[in-house]
Ligand binder design. Structure first.
Ligand SMILES: [Ca+2]
Length: 279
């Protein structure tokens, strides 16, 4: 059962992980083959214990965001394994994924991992996992599959490199999502293109401002009390266009005429004045 590695799949396997993300496990480059669970068992868990020159444990706390397999036939699921005093046990699991072909397939997931955790595959009944002979590689096998209770592994095929790798992203904000690919993107409003004046209790800030002609000026109510922006003087030909007396919201005005604009608050009168000079 040799897989022909399509070019697109090769590119996917070799695509660099997102900045800061770490990949552990096989590079999936070898011409691998499908391997069945131990004779007499229908399903099993397999996990790489040693892969010479390659990390097989999570180097950071974080989240597994992608996992890739090769030479799989049937359904497999990712498992995160943690060592405790009683041995390795499963602490995280993905949904089962049916590989449509034996080439490289990448699946997305969000599974928390801690530094030192291992990963593995649960191989569904009748499915095959991918492996290749790599001197010095050690593969652990559990049959029946490993669960949440620690159990000792059986030795797997000798010198077997498991065709599995995972991408681990940090999760600094601890929301259970990788900080790169999985983080929800909150759209940022574009920066306001004009000048903003805060309507405070009981002053405008800045009290006086100068802008170019055709600029936007926005007054933003930010006090606890009610105020208005009421123009007492505008350049000839300019519209006054002030605001009602209100406690929240904004007033936006495009300053179409050069000259001096003076305004005040109808509640606070001459105690609360502002000015805009338009050049
Ligand atoms: Ca996060």
């Amino acid at each position: 059962m040799r897989a022909i590695l399509p070019a697109a799949a090769a590119l996917l396997a070799l695509a660099p992980a997102a900045h800061g993300a770490q990949t552990i496990g096989s590079d999936l480059n070898a011409r691998s083959f499908g391997v069945a669970c131990p004779a007499g068992s229908s399903s099993c868990t397999v996990s790489q214990a040693v892969l010479p020159g390659t990390p097989v444990t999570a180097p950071i706390d974080g989240v597994v965001t992608r996992w890739s397999v090769k030479s799989v036939t049937g359904t497999v699921a990712l498992r995160v394994l943690r060592q405790d005093a009683a041995g390795l046990r499963v602490v995280g699991a993905s949904a089962g994924q049916a590989a449509p072909t034996t080439s490289v397939h990448t699946f997305t997931t969000q599974i928390p991992v801690a530094s030192g955790d291992r990963v593995g595959l649960e191989v569904a009944p009748g499915a095959l996992y991918g492996a290749v002979a790599t001197p010095g590689a050690v593969l652990d096998v559990w049959s029946p599959p490993l669960g949440a209770t620690a159990a000792p592994p059986q030795p797997g095929p000798a010198d077997a490199e498991l065709m599995l790798n995972v991408v681990i992203e940090a999760d600094a904000n601890r929301n259970g999502l990788g900080d790169e690919s999985g983080e929800p993107q909150t759209p940022q409003p574009p920066p306001y293109p004009g000048r903003t004046v805060s309507v405070l209790d009981n002053r405008y800030s800045p009290r006086s401002t100068t802008v170019r002609r055709r600029s936007l000026v926005r007054w933003r109510w930010a006090g606890a009390s009610s105020h208005s922006v009421t123009f007492s003087r505008v350049p000839r030909g300019a519209r006054r266009g002030g605001s009602a007396i209100k406690r929240t919201g904004t007033l936006t005005k495009r300053m179409t005429r050069a000259g001096a604009y003076s305004y005040f608050c109808r509640v606070h009168g001459s105690a609360m004045r502002g000015a805009v000079r338009v050049r």
